[in-house]
Design a protein around this ligand. Structure first.
Ligand code: GLU
Ligand code: ZN
Length: 313
């Protein structure tokens, strides 16, 4: 459900981009809430995009469950949620743009040969992909094929600023190196898709978990390669479980229920360094989120990579 249309000035455009691989867990709620408050407190827009490109990981019913959970927590988006699976033509155009610049190459290296390497060693760089080759490659995507497409990265530092974690630098060649933009199974990679989607939907502000900080340098670089202005970035500490590993759908983290949204929101706000009223858990989600928009203090966000002491450990 979209919230009522309200005329807006030039606020930021934020977004939440869950993968439909399971129900929303508490870590995702924290990210969604922070991103929502960041935008709404500055009179900005907030979009929801379903990152459903990785079809093998998509689970039935997840998308509906995620959207219902957001609604129950009064995190209401503008417009309609979009899906990456509807954006294939835009990804193809971007691949063509990169191929035109001579930056794509076919890679036939096995996953095994890359094991333990910190960066792709450039083995297949000479197999430069031209635009006609690209079309052939895309046509093969539905069938039997053996090569992925990688993007050649420059041997230089990519600086970017993170509004919470401070100044960052990625050395693109050393930190992962040339990366896959079209997988050998024909799927567009997350790295390419996220940049195209954010740019096309006018996203100016990305607030998300710090688990994605290591690939942000790549994304920042790709925005500029494609002629876009990169959004501003804010990476939140990630929520760890009792075994000190990240809450994630893959790790079968507990889904949050919609039975007590205010309790979840109250806990998430505290984690985000905000100071909800003492009886906030008794408020409705609508009231609590309204309060949080009016009282959002980004300076109180904890600037650590992880919420170490959550749940008391
Ligand atoms: N879909 C990604 C995930 O669920 C997040 C994408 C992003 O925020 O850039 O991990
Ligand atoms: Zn290779």
């Amino acid at each position: 459900m979209a919230r009522d249309a309200v005329p807006r000035e030039d606020g930021p455009v934020g977004r939440f981009a869950p993968s439909p691989s399971g129900p929303l867990h508490f870590g995702s709620l924290v990210s969604a809430l922070a991103s929502y408050l960041d935008s709404r407190s500055q009179n900005g827009d907030w979009l929801v995009r379903i990152d459903d490109l990785d079809a093998p990981r998509t689970t039935q019913g997840s998308e509906d469950a995620i959207l219902q959970t957001l609604e129950a927590h009064h995190l209401l988006w503008d417009g309609v949620p979009t899906r990456q699976s509807d954006n294939q033509p835009h990804y193809t155009t971007a691949l063509q743009q990169l191929a035109d610049k001579g930056l794509l190459f076919f890679c036939t290296c096995s996953r095994k040969s890359q094991k333990g390497l910190q960066a792709y060693p450039g083995t297949c760089r000479a197999n430069v992909c031209s635009v006609p080759d690209l079309n052939a490659q895309l046509a093969l995507a539905a069938g039997d094929h053996r090569s992925a497409l990688r993007l050649q990265v420059p041997d230089c530092d990519q600086p970017f600023h993170d509004e919470l974690q401070g100044p960052q630098t990625t050395q693109l060649m050393r930190d992962g190196g040339d990366y896959v933009v079209l997988r050998r199974d024909g799927l567009i990679s997350y790295q390419l898709a996220v940049v195209i989607d954010d740019a096309r939907t006018g996203v100016t502000r990305v607030v998300r978990g710090a688990d994605l900080l290591p690939t942000t340098g790549r994304q920042h670089h790709l925005h500029t390669q494609l002629g876009y202005t990169a959004p501003s970035w804010l990476h939140l500490p990630i929520v760890l479980n009792e075994r000190h590993s990240k809450l994630s759908k893959q790790a079968r983290s507990l889904a949050i229920t919609t039975a007590h949204p205010s309790t979840n929101l109250n806990m998430a706000l505290q984690l985000l360094g905000q100071q909800p009223p003492r009886d906030a858990h008794l408020w409705s989600a609508t009231e609590l989120v309204g309060w949080a928009i009016d009282h959002w203090v980004p300076a109180q966000l904890p600037a650590t990579p992880a919420f170490e002491n959550f749940f008391g450990w």
